[in-house]
Design a protein around this ligand. Structure first.
Ligand code: PLP
Length: 410
């Protein structure tokens, strides 16, 4: 059950924007929330709210149980060997920064290399830039093919004994390219390097098995997978989380505190200093339940089918240039494009007047925009509740926009 069958679960979708039914195609930025997630958060605050791992009263025990149950659900969702390998964070950005601070800065030496691609989201680029600057390590960029893919032979050449870390998005948030994570893990591990995967655009859309992928770290955000904002996940292999230092120090992450030194709890709790994001975790747990009730294979099939349909329909407008892999190549559930001669922001404004919400801008990928030779692009991104009718509405609005901007298109 996807598309029209699940739309009723998302109250926000039942509204009009500027006199048109809302067509929400900005799911790569954030997804909408189904009723079971909204209800789980409300129920938590109405019945169980207390601080966790502290109070010895009933509510404290219930809140702790709810929080740790959410961790178990997430662990099962990504097939982590144990819930202790799931750290709750604020989102992908925070997870990646925690790896950069707690792990990379400890292991990197001058002359070491970090291999990444120029298509990374700034969240999976700037933390490594900063870690390189702080340690004397260097960034090494993999070349991109014209459609944004990387070639494994280039990876084999780039990853050397100096490489300590390979960091890559599983699915690009701009091009929709899907990177071969398990092959990358094999190449990285053969050189003793660690593979960090930015799963922000993959975990919400396809089944994820961290053991099959053999990635060392995986970062993702709850808000892109039907969960609330402010909660995300850092998965790590057990020995790496044990080795990694906490980024935040304070309440609840400690074992023993002396006047001049302290010791930490075991992972994951040593990384969760202060009052954690309890209701957020409960909401994420409900989101995982919801996604699993629909089925991750179904969601993947649905998003990819919509992306294929969008490619087909956009090809009807010759003034539209589409970026990323062409038809027939597996891609994530999004399509990035430009209308010739028109800035993506102007295009998006006209689409919004027709109730169609897309993302326009550099998508936090400025180096990639430079490679594409554009200041910005438009992006339509799909999720389980979108339908072909949404894409038809996008194309109709684009046709109107084309007439509106005829003078600029020429
Ligand atoms: N990485 C990718 C590929 C993304 O698409 C995003 C968000 O758009 C992020 C990282 C950052 O996610 P967040 O803002 O939830 O931390």
């Amino acid at each position: 059950m996807t598309g029209a069958d699940v739309r009723k679960d998302f109250p926000i979708l039942q509204q009009e924007i500027n006199g048109h039914p809302l067509v929400y195609l900005d799911n790569a930025a954030t997804s909408q929330k189904p009723r079971p997630v909204l209800e789980a958060i409300q129920r938590y605050y109405e019945h169980d709210n207390a601080n966790v791992h502290r109070g010895v009263h009933t509510l404290g025990a219930r809140a702790t149980e709810a929080y740790e149950l959410a961790r178990e659900k997430v662990a099962r969702f990504i097939n982590a060997p144990s819930p202790e390998q799931v750290v709750f964070t604020r989102g992908t950005t925070e997870s990646l920064n925690m790896i950069a601070y707690g792990y990379a800065r400890r292991v990197l030496q001058p002359g070491d290399e970090i291999v990444i691609t120029p298509a990374e989201h700034h969240s999976n680029l700037i933390p490594w830039q900063q870690a390189a600057r702080a340690t004397g390590a260097q960034l090494k960029y993999l070349p991109l093919q014209p459609d944004g893919q990387i070639r494994l032979e280039d990876v084999r050449q780039a990853v050397t004994d100096r490489t300590k870390l390979v960091a890559i998005a599983h699915v690009s948030n701009v091009l929709g390219t899907i990177h071969p994570v398990s092959e990358l893990a094999e190449i990285a591990h053969a050189r003793g390097a660690v593979l960090v995967v930015d799963g922000a655009q993959s975990v919400p859309h396809q089944p994820t098995d961290v053991q099959a992928l053999d990635c060392d770290f995986l970062a993702f955000s709850g808000h892109k997978m039907c969960g609330p904002t402010g909660i995300g996940v850092l998965y790590g292999k057990r020995h790496l989380l044990a080795e990694m230092e906490p980024t935040y120090f304070g309440g609840e992450m400690i074992d023993v505190v002396e006047l001049y030194e302290s010791t930490w709890k075991q992972p994951p709790w040593k990384f969760e200093g202060g009052t954690p994001i309890i209701a957020g975790a409960v909401g994420l747990g409900a989101a995982v339940d919801y996604l699993q009730s629909v089925g991750m294979e179904n969601i993947q099939r649905h998003s990819q089918a919509l992306a294929a349909y969008a490619l087909e329909r956009l090809a009807e407008i010759p003034e539209i240039e589409v970026y990323g892999p062409g038809p027939g190549v597996a891609r994530g559930g999004l399509v990035t494009f430009n209308l010739r001669g028109v800035h993506a922001h102007d295009l998006s404004t006209v689409l919004d007047a027709h109730g169609v919400a897309i993302r326009a801008g550099h998508h936090c990928c400025q180096p990639l925009m430079r490679i594409l030779g554009v200041p910005a692009t438009a992006r339509a991104s799909f999720y389980l509740y979108n339908t072909e009718a949404d894409i038809d509405a996008l194309v109709t609005a684009l046709t109107t926009a084309k007439e509106f901007f005829q003078h600029a298109i020429g």
